[in-house]
Design a protein around this ligand. Sequence first.
Ligand code: MN
Length: 392
Amino acid sequence: MSPQKALLTAAALLTAANAREITFPPVSGVQQPVGASYGNGVGNMGFGFGDDPLDLSNSQFAGLTTYANLPYVHCLANTTATGGEVESYDIAILGAPFDTGVTARPGARYGPIGIRQGSRRIGPFAYNIYTGKNAFSTLKVVDCGDAPLTVLDNTIALAQLDKAHRVVSARKADSDVASVPRIITLGGDHTTTLSALRSTVDHWGAVSVIHFDSHIDTWDPKVLGGGVSHYAGVNHGTFLHLAHEEGLLLNSSIHAGIRAPVGNKHYDLRHDKACGFDIIKARDIDRFGTQKIIDHLLERTNGTSVYISVDIDVLDPAFAPATGTAEVGGWSTRELLTILDGLSGIHIIGGDVVEVAPIYDNPGETTTLAAAEVVHSLIQLMADTPVKPTKN
Ligand SMILES: [Mn+2]
């Protein structure tokens, strides 16, 4: 190597060594870190930085994954770890990891964690572009984690879930405008809704259920499962029959999005009516549009307390492939969200999103993103209408 070449090589090495200290030039137009306060006291976009880029205390995508990055509260505890009172809340997100009541593909026991995963971009900074509202600004919403449910015995698991609902809803609400906390359950297969209704009856008596689903779920255990054993008759296709039998439902209930076939067109539909339900079929949206569907749901349940249960299979499998009993020909995510948001003002006392089985989802998380946004809409409906119990 010539002395001249050696000198050039040394200079290149020196440059390489110096290049390890990288100083980026200032980015034109950015006056403060992304996500910093707008300077007029109105929030930020939740990317985790205030004026100090090393302030790690407000990061959106760090820490453990709760629904919409909400604070975690151990709502099932008797006291806090230090013996204090459990933190109060108005709306509790509660996971129900149970999927041994299904008649088709299992996997919804991972629904709660999947929905939380799909909710990472939802948070207190978000104002709805259609309504201008922020679902988290008036009532205190927390994530209680999942109820501990055994996977080995359905009877015990459902008793555990019954108890979890009673404990979580028995606390005094945080706000004085809503004296009983309301629960939004992340299912879990649809059997889990039965536990929720067994708890809401303690505070609000029998309720109307708005049941978004492709299936009617009022099947008589005699025709679905009960022929196998008494125990097998309690499943995700019979829970509404059982809720009716237990006196938890008003006869102003209604299904929305139905399209799956029934086993016996006379008996099943007559029985469905006897359980208190009217039916909006999936294709009704083509004839009437979303507004007529909203109007019908509001008319049907007018003057009653309402529980809203959303089986994610109400959506077409194009929008929600990750579910146990997919039925083609369903609604789009946009149509469902339009209908849900259109129910603003309804006396909603509880709700759930069930049958999300993340194992069948795609890398784009299509189903869990949709389910997370449905939960967001349910929270907004609760925030729109604070309720007081009609019993106790
Ligand atoms: Mn269902």
